[in-house]
Design a protein around this ligand. Sequence first.
Ligand SMILES: [Zn+2]
Length: 476
Amino acid sequence: MKIPTVLIMFLFLGVAVNGQKLTSSKKAIIASVEKHQAELIAISDSIWALAETAFEEDDSSRILADYAEKNGFNVERGVAGMPTAFVATYGSGSPVISVLGEFDALPGISQKVKPTKEPLQEGDSGHGCGHNLFGAASLGSAIAVKELMEQGKIKGTIKFFGTPSEEKYFGKIWMVREGLWDGVDVNLSWHPSAVTEADVQSSLALVDFKVEFFGQAAHASSDPWNGRSASDALELYTTGINYYREHVKPTVRIHYHIQDGGQVVNVVPDYARLWVRVRDTKRKGMLPVYEHVQKMAEGAAIMANVDYKISLISGIYEVLVNRAGGEIMQNNLELLNPLTYTEDEIAFGKKIQEATGKPQVGMDSTLKPFAETKEHPGGGSTDVGDVSWNVPNINLKVTTAPMGTPWHSWAVVACGGMSIGHKGMVHATKALGMTAVDLFENPKLVEKVKTEFKQRKGNEVYKPMVPEGPPPIGTK
Ligand SMILES: [Zn+2]
């Protein structure tokens, strides 16, 4: 006899390790998510197939904004000078709880839903960070909360922020600069991952800037003495950076991408350009390194007898962790059963691991214990950092790919377009919605989260690190 899915859920769900119970509101959230599940998966798959990159997410943004509107949200599109940024709001009064949703893809990692590398279209973009799942899940959780409000079970305001261009330029900085989180009590976010946990680790602060060298063109053979080479300066500069690496703290990272090093071999190049990135675990550690790397550009320009120009692109903060918020998330994750996988999914996962040279262990969806917050985390950076210095932020990671999967790669694209990714997305939608319910139903929890935020922020005055003027849409 086939046991109905609902009954299985009933048998497994109920009481968390810490004695927390699945309240009627949380059951209603789960029911709402399951009601919308097929639509959320379809939205995620559409965004996956579009794979639109930074600031070009016109259709992806529209799909999410339209779905929010269809579900009764008041949608403001094109906020903070970015056509693909939007805010969807439902309800009124306090508390005001918000959820972040990203939807941009990465260039050059197009991939089919296959466990070995096979581009859909060679050279095209792909969702190698799972942002197709990110946006759909977050919006799904906001809709589930809204349905509880409609039923009169909770009161307040729920907001969904459609945040573009996370992978390049960091769109959230301009949304924060615009004051879009003013009046929000607590913000929720999540990210696709190879693990499932209430995420209480920070990220790395970073700054992106452009260095340009301007020389004098000449024939490379007949009159090179008339030339002053911008690419000589570029080479001297990157050499300096590579020597400097030995003398920075282990938490510092410096990367560069050569964007223009001259066009042909028989011309002394009069123009060269790099995109440089400096990171550290804290903005205050990153800033002196940024200062020094800027000075080195001057040194390189002097040596090559050329002019130079430095232009700030954008800089983001490390995430300000909130452990009180993380505990609420952890409690809700404990109320949800870990994801399980079919034999086909496990085989798919193991094939991905085989293809990327990892142990063939499949997916790990077990809930990790609530972790200590590391003073110096590893990993990448996110513009969620800037949000987290303006409003308390609760973060979540959910398994959407096999253990050890190289991130920002074809392998993540593959999993995000099929059931391994979909299952993680639905799980995240439930956990976010349930955590929001706790905040709506318990003002003391909101106060606790806000108190910790104030303590951790201390005297730091938030400063968005972007040039004056509009976001750099359409620039190189
Ligand atoms: Zn990401």
